[in-house]
Design a protein around this ligand. Structure first.
Ligand code: SD4
Length: 290
C-alpha cells in the first residue's frame, strides 16, 4: 500500500523541507530525502548555524557536526569537521562505507576527502566579521532563538512508510574549540525507530544530551504517547532538572508511524515545517514559558 510521504524539520526552513518533501513525492527514500533536505541549509551561507557560513568557535574555526539514521536502525555521524559543507552526506558514508558509526575531526576530514567530497573554506566574510566583533567582548552567552539556534533536524517518511532522518549543525557560536553538541549524537539530536517514529532536537545541546531527548521521545511514543505529548514530556524533563531553563532554548519535533506529528519547546519563537500531500506548512510550536 502506497503511503503519502511526510517531511518535518526544525525552524522555518521552508525550502529545505520542501526539497525533502518533493524528493519523497518523486519516490526518493526517506534517508536520502533527509540528506538532500538538510543540504539546502548546509549550503545556505545566510544560515550561521549550519554548514558553510556557520559561526566559528572562539578561535575562529568553523566545525560541523551531523548525523543520519535510517529505517533499519543503522546510523552514521561526524563530529568537529572542518572544511566540508555537506556533513550529513559524509555521515551517511560513515554509515555505509565504514565499520564504524562516528568519525571525528581529522579522521572524518581525511575520510571525506577519500570519498570525493569537495574541500571548501566554510568561514564567510560575514561570519568572520561577526566573529571579529564578538572578539571585542568575548562574552559567551548563547542568545535564545537567534543566531545560535538554527540547526536543522529532519525526519521523513517515504512512500513505503519507512522513516529516516538527518541532523546538521555548526553548533553553538563561539563554542570552545573541540566542543560537540547533541546534533551528531544518536539519541540526543536525532533518533529513529521505524516501528515507532522519529524525533529531532535543536537548542542548547548540553541540555538535550543530558536527557537523551530524541531517544526519550521515541520511547515515550512507544509507550503510547502522541508525538506532541512526547515532545512536551521531553522538554519538561529538562525544566524539572535545570532551574536555569529560562536562559536557554530546547526544542523538539517528532513524527510517529501513523504520520502524526508534534513539537514543543521552552521559549516562544520555535516552529516546525511540515510537508504532506504537496503542501509545505510552517507550524508555530507550543512552548512552556508563557
Ligand atoms: C548544538 N543543538 O550544537 C545545537 C545547536 C542548535 O540551532 O540547535 N542550534 O548544541
Amino acid at each position: 500500500q502506497k503511503i503519502n510521504p511526510i517531511a518535518i524539520c526544525t525552524w522555518g526552513f521552508v525550502s529545505a523541507n520542501e526539497t525533502a518533501g518533493k524528493a519523497l513525492d518523486a519516490g526518493m527514500n526517506a534517508l536520502d530525502a533527509s540528506i538532500v533536505g538538510v543540504a539546502v541549509e548546509e549550503e545556505n551561507i545566510k544560515n550561521t548555524t549550519v554548514g558553510k557560513g556557520g559561526a566559528p568557535d572562539r578561535e575562529g574555526n568553523v566545525t560541523l557536526d551531523a548525523t543520519v539514521m535510517d529505517h533499519t536502525g543503522n546510523c552514521g555521524a561526524v563530529v568537529c569537521v572542518e572544511d566540508y559543507t555537506n556533513v550529513a552526506a559524509i555521515a551517511k558514508k560513515v554509515m555505509t562505507e565504514t565499520p564504524h558509526v562516528m568519525l571525528a575531526g581529522k579522521g572524518a576530514e581525511e575520510f571525506a576527502e577519500k570519498q570525493g567530497f569537495k574541500k571548501e573554506n566554510l568561514l564567510t566574510e560575514s561570519s568572520e566579521n561577526a566573529y571579529r566583533e564578538w572578539l571585542k567582548t568575548s562574552q559567551y552567552k548563547p542568545i535564545i532563538n537567534i543566531e545560535n539556534h538554527d540547526t536543522i533536524g529532519m525526519v521523513c517518511m517515504d512512500g513505503n512508510g519507512d522513516i529516516s532522518g538527518a541532523c546538521s549543525t555548526s553548533g553553538l557560536s563561539y563554542k570552545m574549540k573541540g566542543r560537540v553538541g547533541d546534533s551528531p549524537i544518536i539519541g540526543a539530536g536525532l533518533f529513529i525507530d521505524n516501528e515507532i517514529g522519529g524525533a529531532a532536537a535543536t537548542g542548547m545541546g548540553e541540555e538535550i544530551m543530558k536527557s537523551v531527548g530524541s531517544f526519550l521521545i521515541v520511547e515515550l511514543m512507544r509507550n503510547g504517547m502522541s508525538p506532541q505529548k512526547a515532545c512536551e514530556e521531553a522538554v519538561m524533563r529538562t525544566i524539572r532538572k535545570n532551574s536555569g531553563y529560562k536562559d536557554f532554548q530546547v526544542a523538539y519535533i517528532a513524527m510517529n508511524k501513523k504520520g502524526e506529528t508534534g513539537s514543543f519547546c521552552i521559549h516562544k519563537g520555535f516552529s516546525m515545517m511540515e510537508y504532506r500531500e504537496g503542501t509545505n506548512r510552517q507550524i508555530p510550536s507550543s512552548y512552556y514559558l508563557k
